[in-house]
Design a protein around this ligand. Structure first.
Ligand SMILES: *Cc1c(COP(=O)(O)O)cnc(C)c1O
Length: 566
């Protein structure tokens, strides 16, 4: 089953979550979508990879929202056997003093250009294991810190051992976020010197060699995004024969900090946008954090109508999205508008079907969808409802929202309730729809069908953000706070618009957002008559300047030459 994949050396890409297809709920949000786009681009570019993740039998969760705007979480149980094949090989790790067996499913990612790439989804739900251990790979980001550590043992140690058992030759290991950093400990042990040949003063472990095998991408400056485990827990749960003193030297004296461990075990460390690399360099003095800015997968994120448009006017764009730089001159404006109208119609139908809210095709739609959590400030647009109504009175607009809050993020759940309350308060003046259960398919529909893509994070906490890049692939301009990728992507009035200046918007006031909407964005949208092509110029700017660059093909070509080729 694996024969076609094990004859050439591969890059092993480790990620706790990965968005393979809409029917497979093994992802929570941006991190998993990026992981999926990474492997999709590697497939199109024929860069041999093997992705390693968890099977997550019950997925992240399926989101239901009631009339009050309260979020309810349901298991998103799926049938691996429908999409993947079980592999025979099993390996074992020690967890909590017990032997835990780990098997895997093989999902073959088939690219739209004919490439194939193996994805291993690790599974502890085996008859050899006890009840608790069988559940280790059930819930993505579920339960508590102990559960998380167990999952990270399975991913890091289990993943490396299983790759070897299956006969893969790995030329490089890429840790997508710190969750998989335990893989480096396994590599240290595998490549340890024989004790009888170690000279006095020399270490048993070949740290420089292991580092040369590993790259690490850090994804957030938010503290909760960096796992830490107390050492008494580590000693109890992770006793795989690792010397705790060595772990402390690599992962921090006070607690096992997975980010610190990954930093110390990787030669190449990357942030996900230029600003994020700067912020990370300040957070982790003594390490060099490079910047390969994120991107999104071209074919996946272009709506059907835009795929056809690009195929016709810029053939080859799927393999070489740089060709989209020509979109501003080589694609007729009427054709771009027609493709947008189709994508918007599709969104309007979806909103009607899911929420019963009727949206108008000739009124602009503002889209806002992402994980619902405090620093993303989804409520900023609704700070002053009277002002918002006054703006809409002159220039009508409509709002579509979506996004899940982590089950333990009470603040995020409260935000969803507040958005529901705002929507009710605006009824009759501004149509507002909240689409439940944001997933890959909804993201495709929303980022393509909106007229403006809105983002209002609290700087500098948006490490990159990728949904705005998806919008660019569909000619949808961004209106965003200058943070993450938008610092690089924003050319005022050309690719979209900034809300406030680089330093601004940290004060939580929506004034500048309202001003920009009222004085710049909406008048331009409604100026078709006297300014033909004004709006379309920005749509073309989004495609030619941003989709041509903020794509995962460019990102992977850079990882291949700057990180993996070391
Ligand atoms: C792209 C995507 C995200 C990430 O959106 P950001 O704006 O980068 O936060 C989250 N969830 C889904 C389903 C996505 O497709």
């Amino acid at each position: 089953m694996l024969d076609e994949f094990i004859h050439e050396p591969r890059v092993a890409y480790f990620s706790m979550e990965i968005a393979l297809r809409n029917e497979i709920p093994t992802y929570a949000g941006g991190l998993g979508v990026l992981a999926g786009d990474t492997v999709r681009s590697a497939t199109d570019l024929e860069l041999p990879m093997v992705a390693v993740s968890l099977i997550s039998h019950a997925g992240y969760f399926r989101q239901e929202i009631d009339a009050q705007g309260r979020q309810f979480e349901h298991a998103a149980t799926w049938e691996p056997g429908r999409w993947a094949q079980p592999l025979d090989a099993k390996i074992a790790v020690q967890i909590d003093g017990r032997t835990v067996w780990i098997g895997a499913w093989l999902y073959v990612l088939e690219g739209h250009m004919g490439g194939r790439q193996p994805v291993l989804l690790l599974d502890t739900d085996l008859s050899e294991n006890s009840g608790d251990d069988r559940a280790i790979t059930h819930y993505l980001y579920g339960s508590d810190n102990v559960y998380r550590l167990k999952q990270e043992i399975v991913l890091g140690l289990g993943g490396v051992r299983l790759l070897q058992a299956l006969g893969f030759t790995i030329r490089h290991y890429h840790m997508n976020e710190g969750h998989s950093a335990l893989l480096g400990l396994e590599l240290l042990r595998r490549h340890a010197r024989m004790p009888e040949f170690v000279r006095p003063g020399e270490s048993l472990y070949d740290l420089p060699y292991v580092r040369s095998l590993c790259s690490f991408t850090t994804h957030t400056p938010v503290e909760a995004g960096h796992d830490r485990f107390p050492y008494d827990m580590v000693q109890r749960v992770l006793n795989n024969g690792f010397d705790i003193e060595i772990i402390k030297r690599l992962a921090g004296e006070d607690s096992l900090n997975m980010t610190r461990l990954a930093l110390n075990l990787s030669e190449y460390v990357n942030g996900v946008a230029k600003k994020h690399a700067e912020v990370s360099n300040a957070m982790f003095p003594g390490y060099k954090v490079h910047a390969i800015t994120n991107g999104v997968h071209p074919y996946t994120w272009a709506a059907e109508s835009f795929r056809q448009l690009y195929d016709h006017y810029l053939p080859g764009w799927c393999h070489e999205p740089q060709l989209l730089v020509r979109a501003d001159c080589c694609i007729p404006e009427a054709a771009i508008w027609e493709a947008h109208v189709q994508a918007k119609q599709h969104l309007i139908e979806k909103v009607q079907a899911l929420t019963g809210v009727s949206l108008q095709p000739d009124v602009p739609i503002f889209g806002f969808a992402r994980r619902m959590t405090a620093y993303k400030r989804p409520d900023l647009l609704f700070s002053d409802l009277e002002r918002l109504k006054a703006i809409a009175h002159n220039h009508p607009f409509q709002i579509v929202l979506a996004g899940k809050a982590h089950p333990h993020d009470e603040g995020g759940k409260h935000l969803i309730e507040q958005l529901g309350a705002h929507a009710r308060a605006l009824a009759g003046a501004i149509p507002v729809a909240y689409l439940p259960d944001y997933d890959l398919a909804l993201a495709q529909t929303l980022t393509a069908g909106a007229d403006v893509w809105l983002n209002t994070p609290l700087p500098p906490l948006e490490a990159s953000g990728t949904s705005g890049m998806k919008a660019a692939f569909n000619g949808v301009p961004n209106l965003s706070v200058l943070d993450g990728w938008w610092i690089e992507g924003c050319i005022e009035g050309v690719t979209g618009w900034a809300i406030g200046d680089a330093a601004g918007m940290a004060d939580g006031k929506a004034q500048v957002l309202y001003d920009k909407l009222e004085q710049v964005v909406l008048p331009l949208y409604y100026s078709h008559g006297e300014n033909p092509g004004g709006w379309l110029k920005v749509m073309k700017g989004a495609i030619s300047k941003n989709a041509s660059y903020f794509n995962s093909h460019r990102m992977m070509r850079r990882y291949a030459t700057e990180a993996y080729a070391r």
